[in-house]
Design a protein around this ligand. Structure first.
Ligand code: PAF
Length: 288
């Protein structure tokens, strides 16, 4: 597995792969790799000849009071895991390499960041789209793979790719969960044992929302209230948002339909967790 730290070398390596007639899949990450990331990598591998993973804790997507310094890092473990999955090349630039002194250009998607996480994390998605656009220029992938856990991120990046005519296929991969349902996240490592129990209320409340929908509830506010009281029954929880929204525009809806996005951000202790689900009608099981 090759490790590259400079933009120039990355661009040369990508050019050589393409000239050799091979396709490139990119999985952008901020490291501290877990099974969720490894699943993205396996999907990338299925789609292309060469798999490139970037590891870069991107400072521009962290707000002033967020966890940039404390963000978990484990370069040695990451490289071992990447190698085991069959990654061909890891690109791990420094912050200075990524953002040379005097950098003043950013990529901004206009409307989608004005919802959900964008409301409590101003500027976050500008940082994401800027770094992802830069990575796309450096790695020049045919395919890029992202997790659906970060639903809004996937929507914003897909919009950017469309709007800027980038010739890249974006693949969204369903959320990978722990056995008890907790969505995998590098930030789960911050949770105490008791907080981790409370964190299960996110996925359970999504299941409850789906159950209410299947029992015939169509009022978004009623489901929202129910989800809110369910989560708040659990210690250490504080709700950032509960949104029932259109899966494309991310605008709130009043009436639920099949496919409505239920998206949550909840602080459990000091850790902010997100999760989401699309409402589906369950098939009625036939009575024996
Ligand atoms: O999802 C992440 O880990 C980051 O937001 C990403 C896409 C790697 C950009 O820094």
């Amino acid at each position: 597995m090759e490790i590259i730290k400079t933009v120039k070398q990355m661009q040369q390596a990508a050019h050589a792969i393409r000239t050799g007639g091979e396709s490139i899949a990119l999985v952008p990450t901020m490291g501290f790799l877990h099974e969720g990331h490894l699943t993205l990598m396996r999907v990338g591998k299925e789609h292309c000849d060469r798999l490139i993973v970037s590891i870069f804790v991107n400072p521009t997507q962290f707000g002033p009071n967020e966890d940039l310094e404390a963000y978990p890092r484990d370069t040695e473990g990451d490289l071992r895991k990447a190698e085991n999955v069959g990654v061909d090349l890891v690109f791990m630039p420094s912050a200075r390499e990524m953002y040379p002194q005097g950098a003043q250009t950013s990529v901004v998607v206009k409307d989608l960041p004005r919802h959900l996480c964008g409301l409590s994390r101003p500027g976050h998605f500008d940082g994401v789209t800027t770094v992802v656009a830069k990575l796309f220029h450096m790695v020049n992938p045919h395919v890029a793979v992202f997790g659906q856990k970060d639903y809004q991120q996937l929507a914003v990046i897909s919009r950017m790719v469309m709007d800027l005519d980038m010739d890249i296929q974006i693949i969204g991969v369903p959320t990978v969960r722990e056995r008890d349902g907790l969505a995998m996240s590098s930030r789960n490592s911050y949770l105490s044992a008791e907080e981790r129990q409370s964190a299960l209320s996110l996925k359970k409340s999504l299941n409850l929302a789906e159950r209410l929908f299947n029992e015939g509830e169509r009022r978004a506010q009623a489901v929202k209230d129910f989800v809110q009281s369910y989560i708040l029954e659990h210690p250490h929880t504080e709700i950032d948002y509960i949104a029932l929204c259109d899966p494309v525009t991310l605008e709130d809806v009043n009436t639920l339909t099949e496919g409505t996005l239920v998206a949550l951000a909840v602080r459990v202790g000091k850790t902010r967790l997100i999760d989401n689900a699309r409402l589906r009608k369950q098939k009625k099981s036939k009575k024996q």
